[in-house]
Design a protein around this ligand. Structure first.
Ligand code: SAH
Length: 359
C-alpha cells in the first residue's frame, strides 16, 4: 500500500492517519515487518494491524556471488513462483537490478527471460519487497543505492504496479528513493510510454532499441511489428526531459546482425538531435541463444563511429556472467513450467524449486 491509502485504512479503524508514517518507517527504514514489534505504536493498534493486514516478504531461496562481486538472489513469492534480483556493486554507485514480472511476454530473440514466457505480473508489494530483501541481507538500509528495472519482465507491461512501487520507494518516510535514482528500461510499449510522459515524477528512461531499422529490429524484438522504430523515436523526441536529462538507448551488439559500421551510421542518424546516450551491450551469449558476441574490435569500431557523430556512448561491462546474473540471463523454473521454461531447464540444467538457502 502507498502511505495515503494506508492512512485511509487506519482512519477506517479509527486510528490517527499519522500512524501510517510510523509504519512506513518501521517497514522500510528499520526493516521490521511484524507489527507486534513496532514498539512505538500503541499495543492495541499493533494487535489490530497483526489481525487486519498481511505483510508478505519474498523468501530468499538462494544467493550466489560472482567473482566480480555481483550477487544474484533467487526469491520465492507467495504461490511458489520465483524471481531473480541482482546486486551490482561499485558501478560506481551501488545498484539493485529488480524484476517487475515473473517471466516476460516480449520474447526478444537474444534474451533468456524472454524464453520463459510470462507467468504473471508482480504486485507493487513484490517489486518493493525485492528492494526490502536486498537492503536487508546486504545491510544496506543506510547506504545509498540506485535501482534499475532491468531484471525479469517488461516494466511498462505491468504499468500500474510498477508506478505504484516507484511511489512507495520514493516515500519520504520509506526508502526516500527519488526518481532520479531509478532507471526504467523498456522495449518501447508505445501507449504506456506515452502515459509515462504524463507522470508527475518520472524515472530515468532507457529504451531497448537494439537496431536502427524496422527490418532488423523486427527480427530481434517481436513487439517492433506493432510499435516500430520511427514511432518509438518520435515518442522519445516528445518525451518531457528535465534540463540536463537524456534518454538512454540500449543496443545489444550481435555479431553480423546489427554491429556493422553502416548500422552504427544509421543509428547515429536516427538519434540525431535527440537528447540521448547510447549504451552498447555486447551480447551475453548462452546456450539456446542463436547469436554471438562481436569481437572487441567490432565493438570498438561501432562505439567510435557513434562518438565521431557526437553521441555519448558507453559500453556496458558485463557483470556476473559466471553466475548468469548478467543482462538477459535471468531465468527461473517455477512449479508450473511454460514450454520455454522446460526447454531452458533441459538446455541449462537449471535448479528446481525449493533449493535450500545458502550464503
Ligand atoms: N524488458 C526491459 C528490461 C530488460 S533487461 C527491456 O527490454 O528494456 C535490460 C537490457 O538487457 C535490455 O536492453 C535487454 O534487451 C538486454 N538483454 C537481454 N538479453 C540480453 C543478452 N543476452 N545479452 C545482453 N543484453 C541482453
Amino acid at each position: 500500500m502507498e502511505r495515503g491509502p494506508l492512512a485511509d485504512a487506519l482512519g477506517a479503524l479509527e486510528q490517527p492517519r499519522f500512524r501510517a508514517q510510523q509504519i512506513f518507517q518501521w517497514l522500510y527504514q528499520r526493516g521490521v515487518s511484524d507489527p507486534l514489534l513496532m514498539t512505538d505504536l500503541p499495543l492495541g493498534l499493533r494487535q489490530q494491524l497483526a489481525a487486519a493486514f498481511v505483510m508478505t516478504t519474498p523468501t530468499l531461496l538462494h544467493r550466489e556471488r560472482s567473482t566480480d562481486g555481483t550477487e544474484k538472489f533467487l526469491l520465492a513469492l507467495p504461490h511458489g513462483q520465483q524471481v531473480e534480483a541482482v546486486f551490482i556493486p561499485d558501478t560506481p554507485a551501488m545498484t539493485f537490478c529488480i524484476s517487475t514480472q515473473v517471466g516476460c511476454a516480449m520474447a526478444c530473440a537474444f534474451c533468456l527471460t524472454g524464453k520463459m514466457g510470462l507467468t504473471r505480473n508482480l504486485t507493487a508489494g513484490e517489486i518493493v519487497g525485492q528492494v526490502r530483501v536486498l537492503a536487508h541481507v546486504l545491510s544496506m538500509r543506510d547506504t545509498r543505492f540506485n535501482i534499475v528495472l532491468m531484471g525479469m519482465g517488461e516494466p511498462l507491461h505491468n504499468y500500474d504496479e510498477t508506478m505504484k512501487a516507484l511511489r512507495i520507494l520514493a516515500d519520504p518516510h520509506g526508502f526516500k528513493l527519488s526518481a532520479r535514482r531509478i532507471t526504467l528500461s523498456t522495449v518501447g510499449l508505445l501507449p504506456a510510454l506515452e502515459r509515462l510522459a504524463q507522470e508527475p515524477v518520472m524515472p530515468n528512461l532507457a529504451i531497448s532499441l537494439h537496431a536502427p531499422t524496422d527490418a532488423q529490429r523486427g527480427e530481434l524484438v517481436p513487439l517492433n511489428k506493432k510499435y516500430g522504430v520511427a514511432d518509438i523515436i518520435e515518442a522519445c523526441r516528445r518525451f518531457p526531459l528535465k534540463r540536463r536529462d537524456r534518454i538512454t538507448f540500449e543496443y545489444v551488439l550481435l555479431a553480423g546482425v546489427n554491429d556493422s559500421p553502416a548500422d552504427a551510421r544509421r543509428l547515429a542518424t536516427l538519434l540525431d538531435g535527440l537528447r540521448s546516450k547510447v549504451n552498447l551491450i555486447p551480447l551475453n551469449a548462452a546456450a539456446g541463444i542463436p547469436f554471438e558476441r562481436p569481437s572487441d574490435e567490432a565493438i570498438d569500431r561501432f562505439a567510435k563511429i557513434l562518438a565521431e557523430r557526437q553521441l555519448i556512448v558507453s559500453v556496458r561491462k558485463s557483470r556476473g556472467r559466471d553466475i548468469r546474473a548478467a543482462c538477459g540471463q535471468l531465468i527461473v523454473d517455477g512449479p508450473r513450467q511454460s514450454p520455454g521454461q522446460q526447454l531452458s531447464a533441459l538446455t541449462f540444467g537449471m535448479p528446481v524449486v525449493g533449493r535450500p538457502e545458502v550464503g
